[in-house]
Design a protein around this ligand. Structure first.
Ligand code: NAD
Length: 236
């Protein structure tokens, strides 16, 4: 059914979350490995935590950067990159900050929550990419001397408006909308499949577990993304 719909589709959108990278060895926040020392992500990924203790927050990000640097794309990332080379228009929207979709060859990638590899100066707002893991010094400093912060969206912060606007625009025009490896708890990203569905897209969820979206989607494919996404491609 998905393959048949994809064959006739003009526009396809995929929304991915931490689950798509789980089989690459990147911990999700909800699994036991999501805990670092005794902290929960909600205690570290906030502007307040950074203001209180930038070194602690940077130590966590440096640990995450090192973990991700050791990970490679899996067959799920590769299948999504391949979908981007098919005849329909394809938009990949991700909540992931690990940058692995790009490594798999997806381009562009609409990163709703920023990237672990971007640093932003809290004084002059300069953005730069730095893929060194570990970083040579913590906390990192900008050329202007200002303290740099991770270029990610923290709890309580707004999503980048250009990325969000694009995501809603393409969701509203999609013929097929794939929701892959996200617990669909974090809004506004979790609203994208609903918007797509309201506008007539076939909404397909790929996830081994039930989520708040499961009852609303047209089709649930219960399983791991690295197994299911290549099967969809094979059937195309
Ligand atoms: P989440 O941790 O809340 O949920 C992960 C979902 O993936 C779960 O529903 C789980 O059942 C599913 N899942 C696990 N393994 C899977 C697999 N192999 N195939 C398909 N699905 C699988 O993640 P979320 O919904 O992305 O939200 C958490 C937030 O944390 C995001 O906003 C993201 O920015 C951040 N985060 C990112 C990363 C990353 O970049 N890789 C990792 C952890 C957290």
């Amino acid at each position: 059914m998905v393959a048949e719909k994809l064959r006739g589709a003009r526009r396809v959108v995929a929304l991915t979350g931490a689950g798509v990278s789980a089989e690459s060895g990147v911990p999700t926040f909800r699994g036991a490995e999501g805990l670092w020392r005794k902290f929960r992500p909600e205690e570290l990924a906030t502007p307040q935590a950074f203001a209180r203790d930038p070194v602690l927050v940077w130590e966590w990000y440096d640990w995450r950067r090192q973990k991700v640097a050791a990970c490679s794309p899996n067959d799920g990332h590769r299948a999504l990159a391949e979908l981007g080379r098919r005849s329909f228009a394809f938009d990949l929207v991700t909540q992931n900050v690990d940058g692995i979709h790009r490594l798999a060859g997806s381009n562009p990638v609409w990163e709703l929550h920023g990237s672990l590899w971007n640093l932003r100066c809290t004084a002059c707002s300069r953005n730069r990419e730095d893929r060194r893991a570990p970083l040579p010094s913590i906390p990192p400093r900008c050329e202007c001397g200002g303290l740099e912060r991770p270029g990610v969206v923290w709890f309580g912060e707004s999503l980048p408006s250009n990325v969000l606007a694009h995501a809603f625009e393409v969701a509203g025009r999609a013929d097929v909308f794939l929701v892959v490896g996200t617990s669909a708890l974090v809004h506004p990203a979790a609203s994208l499949p609903e918007v797509a569905g309201e506008q007539g897209a076939l909404v397909v969820e790929v996830n081994p577990e039930l989520t708040p979206l499961s009852g609303l989607v047209d089709l649930r494919l219960a399983g791991l993304s690295a197994a299911i996404l290549p099967r969809i491609l094979d059937a195309l």
